[in-house]
Design a protein around this ligand. Sequence first.
Ligand code: C2E
Ligand code: MG
Ligand code: MG
Ligand code: MG
Length: 278
Amino acid sequence: RVKQDGRNGLRFYAPDMQKNSERALSLATALKNAMVNGELALAFQPQLDLQQGSVTGAEALLRWQHPEWGFVSPGEFIPLAEQNGLIVNIGWWIVDRVLEQLNRLQQSGFENIVIAINVSAVQLAQPDFVARLQQRVAASGVPASRLELELTETVAMLNPEHTGEQLATLSAAGFRISIDDFGTGYSSMSYLKRFSVNKLKIDKSFIDDITDNHEDKAIVNAIIQMAKSLGMSTIAEGVETEAQLTRLRNKGCDAIQGYWFSRPLFEADFHAFIKSRH
Ligand code: C2E
Ligand code: MG
Ligand code: MG
Ligand code: MG
């Protein structure tokens, strides 16, 4: 019976699976030209500091608008770019755009905004990643302290010894380091202690039901307390309601990011937003 179900299941799903892999192949091919064709752009999602009540930073999020297929989600194309290695070149393109953005913000009088970029395992595995990043930042004239690097726990733990050394070098150079989607991966507390991490980004999945769910409340409180005792700050991601924000503020969370405060914005809207909140 099980076998029969399995076979039926397989037959039933096969055309779908083929369609999915065809789409993946087309996307991966098209992505090769996306950069030169000007189809990629960065959106910036403002982050609210709950103590100061002001925008202190933003996360850069990649956007791909394909001429035929329209908007393609980074959740779909980033894994493909990681598989075929394109993420390395795209990653440097992102670094350069963010450095330009930081220079423009500085010219507009926002010298304290920090921009966070997401770093993939494939990027971090490049032997010259740290050196190249330092070179580019030095050439841009932007202080390293205005750039934040987001790594997921999974990425950080793939090769903890090597990552630890990379993070120590980056941290000594002034870069900020945060752990993205914190709580959803597997990170060892002993590494977390030794890593030069400034900030934990509490994953959205713990925030969604934080006003009702007892376990989520307990987990978020524990993360905030642990971060405090380790000298790290916390930011909650995916905050969509005022009730979530109030709870987080009362529990001592340092900052929030999410639709309640702002969606990710393209440059002009992003600048207008921070001006209006200044
Ligand atoms: P992430 O780094 O955890 O980014 C947060 C995601 O949550 C973003 O989705 C953002 O738009 C979304 N988000 C923010 N606030 C809310 C909210 O209040 N409600 C809901 N429902 N969603 C919210 P996005 O832009 O689709 O990115 C998805 C993932 O793709 C990112 O997760 C990150 O892992 C990856 N990604 C995006 N841009 C880049 C990039 O430039 N480089 C790399 N390596 N990965 C990227
Ligand atoms: Mg992120
Ligand atoms: Mg995140
Ligand atoms: Mg996430």
